[in-house]
Write a protein that binds this ligand. Sequence first.
Ligand SMILES: NC(=O)C1=CN([C@@H]2O[C@H](COP(=O)(O)OP(=O)(O)OC[C@H]3O[C@@H](n4cnc5c(N)ncnc54)[C@H](O)[C@@H]3O)[C@@H](O)[C@H]2O)C=CC1
Ligand SMILES: CCC(=O)/C=C/C=C\C[C@@H](O)/C=C/C=C/C=C\[C@@H](O)CCCC(=O)O
Length: 262
Amino acid sequence: MEKISLPGKVAVVTGGARGIGKAFVQRLLEKGAKLPSHFQVVILDILKDEGEASLKDLQEKFGRDNVYFYYCDVTNGKLFEDLLKSINKDIGKLDIMVNNAGVCNEDDWEQTIHINLIGVIRGTKQATELMRRDKGGNGGVILNMSSIAGLEPFKGIETYCATKHGLVGFTKTMALNSEDADWGIRYHCMCPVGVDTALVHKLKQITGQEYFDHAVEKTGGLLSIEGLTEEFLKMILYSDNRCLAIVKPTGVQYLEMEKKTN
Ligand SMILES: NC(=O)C1=CN([C@@H]2O[C@H](COP(=O)(O)OP(=O)(O)OC[C@H]3O[C@@H](n4cnc5c(N)ncnc54)[C@H](O)[C@@H]3O)[C@@H](O)[C@H]2O)C=CC1
Ligand SMILES: CCC(=O)/C=C/C=C\C[C@@H](O)/C=C/C=C/C=C\[C@@H](O)CCCC(=O)O
């Protein structure tokens, strides 16, 4: 049974111009297309050319009025917050916020923290303000993209691991805040193992082939983007608040985030 009434939902996906984010956008649009009232999905990304190309492709498939693209650098706090506020005002609401934009760059580790941690915290806090029932919003779902590297160490990507571990703690705490004060918002964290994209294969250059092969074996292999996307949709539609998913090709482990102890 779905945890949200489905028709006419409005979703924002950061880093939705390519890769995993684009696949999430497409899956939301496919789901919406089967409903009496479509989903409207907004892509926010720094990649103008890829964003425009994805927009054209998705508008042809799902209709002009159901998908939008705006340039947005999630490290530009004012731009990001203002965009979320205007999406909420112009489209009329915000139901689903997916903080997916992320990088893995140890040579510029401060920027990795700005994008992966500060950007996601900002997106979560601003979306929370717009969704909170006690502040006149309609409630909603916020999904933050962590990684298996948010739960375990991986050689050579220490700042990436720190940001993804940070997201797990942050999202768990927001989930508790929501339950405590009845905001009507569900918070989720996805922790996939390596997804079979060009990006993960660059890990080999950082870790070396031997460690990479060992890590892939340890985590049960690389995940297909389609497999991850199905789990994403299930989390958005069916999961309870506080749910964290470890996604592997061998299956999904759902961890209910701890309840408050006092
Ligand atoms: N590929 C993998 O194996 C895994 C990836 N993840 C996470 O999934 C997310 C997506 O990764 P991929 O699709 O693989 O990578 P990708 O590099 O293909 O996509 C990342 C997207 O984020 C955007 N982005 C980067 N910096 C941005 C900024 N400052 N503002 C706005 N957008 C920005 C990029 O332009 C790009 O469209 C990331 O958070 C990553 O950490 C998690 C587990 C496994
Ligand atoms: C491989 C075994 C496994 O499942 C481990 C997963 C650990 C983390 C998965 C994922 O979250 C990390 C991806 C890291 C990618 C690393 C490098 C590239 O981002 C470099 C990109 C540089 C560029 O933009 O060209």
